[in-house]
Structures are given as structure tokens and as C-alpha cells.
Design a protein around this ligand. Structure first.
Ligand SMILES: [Zn+2]
Length: 460
């Protein structure tokens, strides 16, 4: 197949270049100013359209098996494809069993392995209640199958508990020896737990309903700063292993960047502040919570110059009932974001002038591919790599509608947001998996269920 006349986002260029691109055997095999079709070769004229490398979302909770009432791989991967994501990496903590042993990982693959319409990788988890077994052998057995390990400094899950500082130090040394990143949910338990207790008591003492201000106060910015500082201190002498997930506090991101650790942020931290809880309510609830106004602008600046490596969705949907449980403390925390990462960054980052073209590419695909061992086959439009790409109509617009995201969850703080540009199609390894279908968004999925395949470290 040849895609003709597309304005292509190629690595090393700060503007789109009009090029033809040939796809053969799932790979990009040539990019040139003009390619002549061979006899019988399929031709797609993309004049006036833009072509981007498929987005990589390396932080999703697709929850299969175990919590599939929230999300499963079929719906999650459809939502991703619709938003231009061609590869996801799934978190180990929100499935049952959690991915803490090789047997558990095999059990997970046996259940969800045939359900994805896009490519995927997995992380393994280092849970506090399983730490000795993890260090004694489970991490080593899991390493060949996974793209990193994940742990928490504070966790709300009984099935996957936090590690303390001491065991974090042991876990990062082990991850480094196994040459895999250690991902950390960096809010410190020593701040969050007493702050949460105090915030709950305050509402009771004052004899009033708890408010979103109480929720924000329950997980203060200091929790991220303390956690980042502790993690850097404990990781001293261990190069290139620490990766901090979903940073919302600008000072924490600055600290991590100075300390040589990588970190990610999410669109909700770039788009919203804690003042937005008044209007958005539980649709905005996630942990860490979005921060006071002013942080977002600084996060954008750090994303633009690479101090923040990339953007992930932290995709974690829930039903209407779970998002409206009757109390801010029990409303489900999580946003179904995998479908809006690329559209949001394209519009509010690149088109709005906050991100250069190269920064957009780094944030949506290139940096994550490098960080998680996939850059031999994914992450940019280059001959030899997988033909994963997004066709965008730059002159159309896209209004986010939760009900049309294809996820099991439809409650999003981005509801009604009008974005510049519209994704017309998403291709994975040369095949269209999503084609815009305004009349019936679900019919836009044109890939076979199970088309997606598992990616492991060093994928080419
Ligand atoms: Zn997460």
C-alpha cells in the first residue's frame, strides 16, 4: 500500500513534510517525495491530511481479568484506537490476580490476550504484601515478559499494597539489575494518610458535607514533593531506572528532572486545576488530584523542553453509579482518558503553539517507545518500523463526547471540549483498526478482535 501526498510528521523535522509512504508486510518500507505504485498496489490519496506516528499510551488500566465491570481489553483498546493510540501498556495492579508472578501473568494473557484490537505490553507489579517473593525470584521470572515494574508509595487497593521506603530501595536495585524501569506512584503515605484523616475529621467537626476542597486537601502537593525526593534519594547510584507516573505537581517534576529520573504527566493535569472540581465534580476525581492553578502552565513548559518525558492517560473508567456513590470519599477515582490523549495534545499542545512538532512527537510516541524498550519497532514514522500511524484532518474539529469514546466508562472531564483536528483513521502494522464513522462510532472499529499482539522488551 502507498499513502500518497500526506503531510508527514517525520523525526528530526520541525514542520510537516509532504511525502509518500509505502507499507509492506506490516512495516513502513519507504518514505519519499514520490513513490510509484507497483501493479496492483493499493493507493490511498491523503492530500490535505496529516500523518502522525501512532500514539503510545504507556499507562492504562484495562482491568482484565477481575475488574472488567470498569473496563476490559476489548473496550479499552477500541477507545485507544479511536484516539489514535496504536500501543498501550497495561498496569499490573488493577486486575485479579494482580501481575505479581509469572503464573498470574500467564493467567492474565490467557484471558485478555485475544481481546485487543491494538498492540499492547504489560507491566509487572511489586506489591508490598508480596515483596519478599518478588525480590526472591518473581521479578526475575517476569522480566522477559514485561516492559517495567510498578509500585506504589500509597495504595487504596487491598489486592495490591504500597511499598515502604526501605523496600522501594530494594525493589529499584532489583529492577536495575534486570534492566527494566521501576514505575512509581509517587504520593507519600506519610503525608497522604494523616492528611486524609484530618480532612475527613474536619468536615465532621464542622458538621458539614465533605467538599471537593477536602478531597484536594487529603492529598496535598507535599505528598508528591516528599515522594519524589524520597524516591530520588533511595535511587541514588542507580541510573536510569526510576520513572514516576502521573505527576501533577510542577515542583515534583522539576525535582525529578534535576535528579535524573524520568516522569510523565496526564492531560487532566495540563487541562484542569483544583478549581474545576466545582463544575466537574467526580468526573475529575483521580489520584493524585489535579493541582492549584499555575501548575498546568509549568507542566506544559517542562513537556515542551523534555523535562517531562511524555504524556499518558492513566485510563481508569468507572460506571455512572460508581462515579456518583453519594460521597466524594467513595466516588471512584479515575478518568477514561486513552481516547483523548492524542486529540488533546495535538489541539491544545501543537496547534495551540505550546508544543513544537518534535515535542508533540516525543510526548505522544517517541519518548515512551524509547523508555519501554520498543523503539526498535515503534514510536516514529521511519522505514523499518511498524506501520502504525494516524491520519488527521487538520481543518476539521472534534468535540469530546463521553458516550462515544467506546470505553466502558463514559464520564470524562473533557466532555464537550472542542478540539482542533479530527482523527480520520488509525492504522496498526499497516491495517486500519479505526475509521471515523460519525453516524455510528462503534462501527468505526474495523480491526478483528484480537488483532493486537503482545510486545516485549527489545521489540523490532
Ligand atoms: Zn494508574
Amino acid at each position: 500500500m502507498i499513502i500518497k501526498n500526506a503531510h508527514c510528521a517525520l523525526p528530526g523535522h520541525e514542520r510537516l513534510l509532504k511525502r509518500d509512504l509505502r507499507v509492506k508486510d506490516e512495516k513502513i518500507c519507504a518514505i519519499a517525495e514520490s513513490l510509484v505504485p507497483e501493479a496492483g498496489e493499493e493507493l490511498l490519496d491523503a492530500a490535505g491530511l496529516e500523518l502522525y506516528p501512532g500514539a503510545i499510551d504507556p499507562h492504562v488500566h484495562f482491568n482484565e481479568p477481575g475488574f472488567t465491570h470498569h473496563e476490559d481489553f476489548y473496550h479499552g483498546s477500541m477507545a485507544a484506537a479511536r484516539g489514535g493510540v496504536t500501543t498501550v501498556i497495561d498496569m499490573p495492579c488493577t486486575s485479579l490476580p494482580p501481575v505479581t508472578t509469572l503464573d498470574n501473568l500467564k493467567e492474565k494473557l490467557a484471558v485478555m490476550g485475544g481481546h485487543s484490537v491494538i498492540d499492547y505490553g504489560l507491566y509487572a507489579g511489586v506489591s508490598g504484601n508480596h515483596i519478599e517473593q518478588a525480590l526472591a525470584g518473581d521479578m526475575e521470572k517476569l522480566a522477559p515478559e514485561v516492559l517495567g515494574f510498578k509500585c506504589y508509595f500509597v495504595s487504596g487497593m487491598d489486592t495490591f499494597t504500597a511499598v515502604d521506603h526501605y523496600n522501594f530501595g530494594r525493589a529499584i536495585a532489583k529492577a536495575a539489575a534486570l534492566k527494566r524501569p521501576l514505575l512509581l506512584h509517587a504520593e507519600d503515605a506519610g503525608v497522604v494518610l494523616p492528611a486524609t484523616k484530618a480532612a475527613k475529621e474536619r468536615a465532621q467537626t464542622e458538621d458539614r458535607e465533605p467538599s471537593w476542597d477536602d478531597y484536594v486537601a487529603s492529598r496535598p502537593e507535599a505528598a508528591e514533593r516528599v515522594a519524589a525526593a524520597a524516591a530520588l534519594t533511595l535511587a541514588q547510584g542507580i541510573e536510569g531506572t526510576l520513572h514516576v507516573v502521573h505527576v501533577g505537581t510542577a515542583e515534583a517534576a522539576e525535582l525529578l528532572s534535576k535528579g535524573g529520573a524520568s516522569c510523565e504527566t496526564c492531560p487532566h493535569y495540563l487541562a484542569f486545576s483544583s478549581e474545576d472540581f466545582a463544575a466537574k465534580g467526580s468526573s475529575l476525581k483521580t489520584a493524585p488530584p489535579v493541582k492549584a492553578s499555575g501548575h498546568a502552565q509549568r507542566l506544559w513548559a517542562m513537556l515542551a523542553d523534555g523535562r517531562i518525558a511524555f504524556v499518558t492517560s492513566d485510563h481508569a473508567p468507572a460506571s455512572y453509579a460508581e462515579k456518583h456513590s453519594g460521597s466524594i470519599w467513595t466516588d471512584y477515582g479515575g478518568i477514561p482518558g486513552t481516547g483523548t490523549v492524542f486529540p488533546y495534545l495535538y489541539s491544545e499542545g501543537y496547534r495551540a503553539g505550546r508544543l513544537s512538532l518534535s515535542a508533540l512527537l516525543r510526548a505522544t510516541s517517541g519518548a515512551a517507545a524509547r523508555r519501554f524498550g520498543l523503539s526498535g519497532g515503534k514510536g516514529s514514522l521511519e522505514p523499518g518500523k511498524d506501520a502504525d500511524f494516524i491520519l488527521v484532518d487538520p481543518n476539521a474539529s472534534y468535540t469530546v463526547r463521553g458516550a462515544e469514546l467506546l470505553s466502558k466508562g463514559s464520564i470524562t472531564p473533557f466532555e464537550g471540549m472542542k478540539l482542533q483536528g479530527k482523527i480520520l483513521a488509525t492504522y496498526v502494522r499497516g491495517r486500519p483498526v479505526w475509521k471515523a464513522n460519525d453516524a455510528n462510532p462503534a462501527a468505526g472499529i474495523v480491526a478483528k478482535v484480537g488483532y493486537g499482539k503482545q510486545l516485549t522488551w527489545g521489540y523490532q
